[in-house]
Design a protein around this ligand. Structure first.
Ligand code: FES
Ligand code: FES
Length: 151
């Protein structure tokens, strides 16, 4: 079985045997921004955007992704969309070990695409699926809010 999906701006045809996850495929494509953490949908380290919303790639089966639009940080970085968030994370020291950072950035991009005003409560709620053992979430939340502010 094959699946045709839109990955990082390209249309790709992927072998999609039952049980093959998007995370397995993305790592084979050397898209290493997508971390392989718990493998059980609990840590959020493997988050990617699917049709503008964050999803855990370890829980997505390739046969179900036909015609869906998948984006990783590599693509968001190349397009420049990541730049304000990345700069804010650096300015605020928001990454410590950094393992959770890609997932947090994916969540933050999704929030920005949704539009509307951001406040701490909304950012914290959005980050509930992203497990961070190091920061207490304080600096990442500050960084995501700061990226919204006009320069
Ligand atoms: S590796 Fe996917 S949620 Fe943890
Ligand atoms: S910075 Fe270490 S897990 Fe988040």
């Amino acid at each position: 079985m094959k699946s045709v999906l839109h990955l990082n701006g390209r249309t790709v045809e992927v072998e999609a045997p039952a049980g093959r996850t998007l995370l397995e495929y993305l790592r084979e494509q050397e898209l290493y921004s997508v971390k392989h953490g718990c493998d059980h949908g609990e840590c959020g380290a493997c988050a990617v955007l699917v049709d503008d919303r964050p999803h855990n790639a370890c829980q997505l089966l390739l046969p179900l992704l036909t015609n869906r639009r998948v984006e990783t940080l590599e693509h968001l970085d190349a397009s420049g969309e990541l730049t304000p968030l990345r700069d804010a994370f650096l300015d605020h020291g928001a990454a410590q070990c950094g393992f959770c950072t890609p997932g947090m950035l994916i969540v933050a991009v999704a929030l920005r695409r949704q539009g509307g005003s951001l406040d701490e409560a909304r950012v914290r709620e959005a980050l509930t699926g992203t497990l961070c053992r190091c920061t207490g979430y304080v600096k990442p939340v500050q960084a995501i809010l700061a990226a919204e502010e006009p320069e």
